[in-house]
Design a protein around this ligand. Structure first.
Ligand code: UDP
Ligand code: MG
Length: 313
């Protein structure tokens, strides 16, 4: 039997924490009883520098129940960093780690199916929400657009998967080799590779409290996701520059014809021609410089280039 850790980042979650702990502890205790996971399995709450009673609650939960552990970050570092902190802490003790939100939006009962998939040989199990019926029209469509955009820019993300996932110890070892500061775990995890599978679940509404991801943070997160994984936007500039340069040649030809046929005031031809040409050349040059910056950017990230899955010896 393997050791399971549930990692839950919490930021100002005093309204939901006790209920979440109750349900997760019941789930884990049940699984330990049925000998599905080891009795050393635990729930790790990570307090991401909350300003409310979150840490006090985690502390008292820890005293009441030995299944519950806590880690407190020195300040608010953001969801992704809090999650990483939890995963890296749990990795030392666990064989598999499931990350989930504190607000009970992620269906706790899916945990059994995650663990099933793990025992069947998956190193990574993605929780994918089965529908977005409960989302607002706005959230549903912006999310959909975001996944489309990411795919279009060549970033490998699992559609409708947030951060509800299981990772095995070696997948976490892989994750620990990514040194980047702009964390977008949903983009990084598929890069680790290994055998993965999907578990679908119905995403509920927030149990209590309010979302810690207002629109501004959400947009920032999306922008970060794109710019941390794709240098296609730079390439688009290069192509735009090329296109405008071609258009400029046509424009110059056209304005020369207009000049020769005498339908123009003096000076117009040279101004129109140079505006297009200079504009095109500038964009093209920006794109070329950008290509090099993109390369530097990738080198600076120094991401691991491979993970060996199996060795025959
Ligand atoms: N969270 C965090 N630090 C932050 C913001 C959020 O640890 O700075 C946690 C939060 O407590 C929750 C999870 O990240 O467990 C997801 O946040 P939330 O449910 O507010 O996001 P939503 O579901 O609205 O997208
Ligand atoms: Mg939520």
């Amino acid at each position: 039997m393997d050791i399971l850790y549930l990692v839950v980042p919490c930021y100002n979650e005093q309204d939901v924490l006790r209920e979440t702990a109750k349900r997760l502890a019941a789930k884990l205790a049940g699984m330990i009883d049925r000998a599905i996971v080891s009795a050393e399995s635990r729930i790790l709450f990570v307090d991401d520098g909350s300003r409310d009673k979150t840490w006090e609650i985690i502390d008292s939960l820890h005293n009441e129940n030995n299944l519950i552990l806590g880690a407190k970050l020195s300040r608010n570092c953001g969801h992704q960093n809090a999650l990483l902190a939890g995963l890296m802490t749990a990795k030392e003790y666990a064989d598999m780690v499931i990350s989930m939100d504190a607000d009970l939006q992620d269906d706790v009962d899916a945990v059994d199916r995650f663990v099933d998939e793990y025992y069947k040989g998956s190193d990574i199990v993605y929780g994918v929400r089965s529908s977005r019926k409960k989302d607002t029209f706005f959230k549903r469509n912006t999310a959909l657009g975001f996944y489309k955009l990411m795919k279009g820019l060549g970033v490998d993300v699992i559609e409708n998967h947030a951060d509800y996932r299981l990772m095995s110890k070696r997948a976490l070892e892989g994750l620990s080799q990514f040194d980047e500061v702009n964390l977008f775990l949903r983009g990084i995890v598929p890069l680790i590779g290994y055998k993965s599978s999907i578990v679908t679940y119905e995403r509920a509404e927030r149990f209590a409290g309010e979302s810690k991801y207002p629109l501004k943070k959400m947009l920032g997160f999306a922008f970060d996701g794109i710019t941390s994984f794709s240098i296609k936007p730079i390439r688009i500039i290069t192509w735009l520059g090329f296109l405008i340069f071609v258009i400029s040649l046509i424009t110059v030809g056209y304005s020369l014809i207009v000049k020769i046929t005498g339908h123009t005031v003096s000076g117009w031809t040279s101004i129109v021609g140079s505006i297009w040409m200079i504009g095109g050349i500038q964009l093209l040059c920006l794109g070329v410089i950008g290509e090099y910056i993109g390369k530097i950017y990738k080198e600076v990230k120094a991401r691991p280039r491979y993970f060996i899955e199996k060795v025959l010896k």
